[in-house]
Write a protein of this length. Sequence first.
Length: 671
Amino acid sequence: MERNAEINSMINEIRKLSPEKRENIGRAINNLSGKILGKELGFNLVKYGRKNPFESKINIGDLILISKCNPLNSNLTGIVTEKGKKFIVIALETVPPWALKNVRIDLYANDITFRRMKENLENLTPYGQNALKLLIKKDYPHNFGDFKPIHIFKDKKLNNSQKEAISRSVSVKDFFLIHGPFGTGKTRTLVELIYQEAKDGYKVLATAESNTAVDNLLEGLFTDNNGPNSPDNINSIKCVRLGHPQRVSRKNIHHTLAYKVENHHLNTKIISLKESIKKIITERDKNTKPSPGFRRGLSDTQILMNAIKRKGSRGISPNVMLSMARWIENKQKVDHAHQIIQDIENDIINDILKKSQVILCTNSSAALEYLKGIKFNIVVIDESSQATIPSILIPISKAKRFVLAGDHRQLPPTIISQKARKLEKTLFEELINYYPQKSTILNVQYRMNHFLMRFPNKEFYGGKLKTGEAVKNISLQDIIFKKQNNDIIPQKDLKKVIGACEKLYPQFQKIQKNLDNPDIPFLFLDTSQIEKRFEKRIKDSNSIQNPLEADIVNIIIHIFLKSGFSQKEMGIISPYHDQVNLISSRTNIEVKTVDGYQGREKDIIIISTVRSNKNRQIGFLKDLRRLNVSLTRARRKLIIIGDISTLKVDQAYHNLIKNAEENGCLMNIHF
């Protein structure tokens, strides 16, 4: 159901929307022409561009569809490798001539991931079956047995909770769960765990749901956190990164399987064979190709036999017969050379994988044919709370032991189909609820100052978290290098952005002092006393927007910029796509939904809650995981804009508003 919903959503949008409208929402780019830049790791790189700049949600690593007229009639797909304001570079296996002039590019989805999940479920290994037995309580986990203390950690800066998580993970016979809330160094902990397992001679499969998370693990393995003078070196661990090389960060390209294959000593044989193939093809094409019109029903064997006898047949002259025979003989040489190349490539791949202590890929790529038959001792999986059970079972099926890391207090996997909502339940969440004794929490966060951490810590983590000393007292003061004077911004400057909210100017004279005041890390701006505060729906849209809140966001941004803060230090979050689009149309500051900000952070975060209505309905804001993610993205300053009369009907929002009021952080905007 989820597969159908995802593909149908894309197809229906392409079918219903004009090329211009689909480009306006950021999922297509029209009127592009391209030129071939060359080859990289087996793929043709084509640079597409046009005179007019474009804004697009199509990003590096995305799968795209290239078409001339109707996209749904095309099957030419590629991967985005580079992107600018007027150009985009695509990696393609083949480049047909029509694909270089006046084409359209669409963000695309295919079902390869779903096919891999289904195939894995239909052929589930005993390891995968054991995981499901734990899930449905038909089996119970092992006790720890012999505890393996780790005496030497490669990363000398790990805290006690991180060390405990690693020590307990290496001691288990079946599985272990690492609960890593925001900013607690989950990836850093997994990197050390992978290192410890590899150092002990175990073969490790390390995966995550997204390419970005896999890249972070790989980069962590080759980063020395102990300082420039540290004698420790992790480079002795051999790693390989699977997956499409154009979806891998540029830093990690030299770790990809494609790169290692190209640079393997046996690859010189492949290069030589490919040169031979070119010469054979040139020679072959001097002869008559035995197409149906020429061969007149004769098989290749019959043509070759007739050529040996120098005889014609069925109206075919002896010379044509001989020419076709030469074509067939050369084709057989080409086919034979290709088979040798395939055999050498398989030998190279097997050699690389055999010598690699750590193999890294996405959950989906763990289904690649290369990995069949490889025996892993342990699977380490990041982003486990964002992976569906069918997805996470792919890597789990590869080893007896597995370690999952995630945070079930944050957002679950994104599911499009309403009928497939059961997929939101993750293996991580279910196992940590059933078997809490098989888990530990990383309890020191290094993202935000202690004041901003207080509420989410109490509300979502039972007060278990502590703030690292390095960030305990961070504030805006730390990053103010170009700070202007603290005078109120002149009204003539604010008028440029205030628009319909001109009457709010006196309010923002007061608010400005609190906005960029380093001693006030949190502000809740309440709109409940403003008459024109209510949310709106755009025709034919399922989303919601709030123009008043968008205006207020714009004013706040203007104040911060005037005060000397840069765009890159700010981020804007809103739960609703239409509000994101409305705010995005007015600013260059990064604006994303809550889902789009998971796993990310900024020094200053502005949240537009949007919901404001007489019925006091807050919709999917009730999902407290969404609130948790929103509140834990800011490092130094958090500003929330919302109608407290609507929001406080929910207990969590009521607690948040009460907390703001008690700490002098609640400001009522009115005119």
